[in-house]
Design a protein around this ligand. Sequence first.
Ligand code: HEC
Length: 84
Amino acid sequence: MILLMILATLAIADEPVDRTESIYASYCVSCHGESIDKIPLKPETTTEDRVAIIGAGVGAMPPYNWILQDGEAEKLVKYMESIK
Ligand code: HEC
């Protein structure tokens, strides 16, 4: 029982902080805007296209694969889709 409690506490302590909003605020908001008003998402691109673009960049947008951990590009796309 005590062991279980210790394990549960460790699991909470190890829970990674969700960085989505702070990444967006640091790296993306300057070009895309607070509500994706400056450079909007294109209606024809799919979620997968958007994830790939964030990793590899496109046109004037630099690639971000070097700062992102697994799954963070997906979270950024969901975040952008939710605030647009
Ligand atoms: C230097 C400006 C700049 C920055 C910084 C920037 N972007 Fe972009 N982004 C662009 C431009 C320009 C395009 C559109 C290029 C085009 O015309 O296809 C774009 C396109 C995109 C698209 C594809 C939209 C679509 O529906 O086709 C996504 C997703 C995206 N950016 C996410 C991000 C995220 C997430 C960040 C931060 C990690 C970011 N961008 C930072 C300039 C920027």
